[in-house]
Design a protein around this ligand. Structure first.
Ligand code: PLP
Length: 385
């Protein structure tokens, strides 16, 4: 593989997948290495660097290198899912370590933290991470090892101030990790704001086509903690299939245009939906009166993302009927694909969720914004007729 030559913008780097080509064949599309095992040299060495595909796979290399470049990190690791990537960070801690995580976050990880992680001895504390005083008060000197943020936080799109929380964390040598799935490196770069690790559910915007489950971590430093995470992937075996890695790289080549289009659509829709009588409240960091909007302007200079939520007048049943009546918006979980998705979130998250029961989560795709609005409007009108 040849490497790129220089000074390209991140958009160019992404579209060109770092400008890499396969040296042997000159193929513009990089090969997928499906082998699980590699030949040892006659002198008992592995000079190729490849041994066994649970340790690592050459197909991952360009994907990880591209993500490292986009996030301005030191190294990346692909995982078999976003959850596998996130869980690896917590499993690299030790029993008795105290961790702070947001009250508003991806529900499945919250449940894992409150269940498995606590049973395994992590002292997990959920805090309103939009409130700096609450974060400061939760820090236990010498015992807090990690602060986990998710910003914007799923599904209320709460904005946490990464730089301000980095200052609190650094004073006590605490690691800061950010789930940046919904922001993507197009809109926000947590490592440049002082975070230590960035996590992505690559299933979402990085891949972008709702056909790969994948996760990734990017580190700012290749330190001992990072080596523990690498070792967890190798020994725990949460590895991505090489075919999925190739498909993910293809998705990442259109990341910039997809994310910008979704984000522009979402901003326009949020502004329009605010004016509809059937909509009680719109949750979107791009709205000027949204709490955290100013922080979002600073930390997401490229836009506010493709995710928004609405609370519907008339309560839970009106929300469910609205979702049932949309034609263009597909009723499905997940987010970050080119097609728009609508979901009654409380039905998914169940008891203990901070999500109101009249809330619909909208993952805005890259369709025409006017078509998306017309479809939502007619579903809302039906639900309130
Ligand atoms: N983080 C966020 C913000 C998510 O939305 C999701 C999935 O919905 C995950 C993490 C988990 O990712 P995966 O489904 O790839 O395991």
């Amino acid at each position: 593989m040849t490497t790129r030559s220089n000074n390209w913008s991140v958009q160019t780097t992404s579209a060109q997948a770092l400008g890499l080509i396969d040296q042997g064949t000159k193929s513009l599309v990089l090969p997928t290495y499906s082998a699980t095992t590699y030949q040892r040299d006659a002198d008992n060495q592995y000079t190729s660097g490849n041994v066994y595909s649970r340790d690592d796979n050459p197909t991952y290399k360009p994907v990880e290198a591209l993500l490292t470049e986009l996030e301005e990190g030191a190294e990346s690791l692909l995982f078999s899912s976003g959850m596998a990537a996130a869980v690896a960070v917590f499993q690299a801690l030790k029993p008795g370590d105290h961790v702070i995580a947001p009250k508003v976050m991806y529900w499945s990880l919250r449940n894992w933290l409150l269940g498995f992680a606590r049973e395994w001895g992590l002292l997990v504390e959920l805090v309103d991470t939009t409130d700096l005083k609450a974060v400061e008060a939760a820090i236990q000197p010498q015992q807090t090892r990690l602060i986990w943020l998710e910003t914007p936080g799923n599904p209320l799109w709460t904005v946490s101030d990464i730089e301000a929380i980095v200052s609190l964390a650094k004073a006590d040598n605490i690691l800061l990790a950010v789930d940046s799935t919904c922001a993507t490196p197009v809109l926000s770069k947590p490592l440049t704001l002082g975070a230590d690790i960035v996590m992505h559910s690559a299933t979402k915007y990085l891949n972008g086509h709702s056909d790969v489950i994948a996760g990734a971590l990017v580190t700012k430093r290749q330190d001992d903690f990072w080596q523990r995470i690498r070792s967890l992937r190798k020994h725990g075996g949460a590895v991505l299939s090489p075919q999925d890695a190739t498909q993910l790289l293809r998705g990442m080549r259109t990341l910039f245009i997809r994310v910008r289009e979704s984000s522009n659509n979402a901003l326009w829709l949020a502004q329009q939906l605010q004016q509809l009588p059937q909509v009680k409240r719109v949750w979107y960091p791009g709205l000027t009166d949204f709490p955290g909007h100013e922080i979002a302007c600073r930390q997401m200079p490229g836009g506010f993302g493709g995710m928004l939520s609405i609370q519907v007048e008339g309560g839970e049943q009106a929300a469910i009927t609205t979702a049932a009546e949309t034609q263009l918006w597909k009723r499905a979980t997940s987010l970050g694909g080119v097609e728009s998705l609508i979901e009654h979130r409380a039905s998914v998250e169940g008891a203990g969720s901070p999500v109101p029961d009249d809330l619909l989560r909208l993952s805005t795709g890259i369709e025409s914004a006017e078509d998306l609005l017309a479809d939502l409007k007619s579903a809302l009108e039906y639900a309130h007729h």
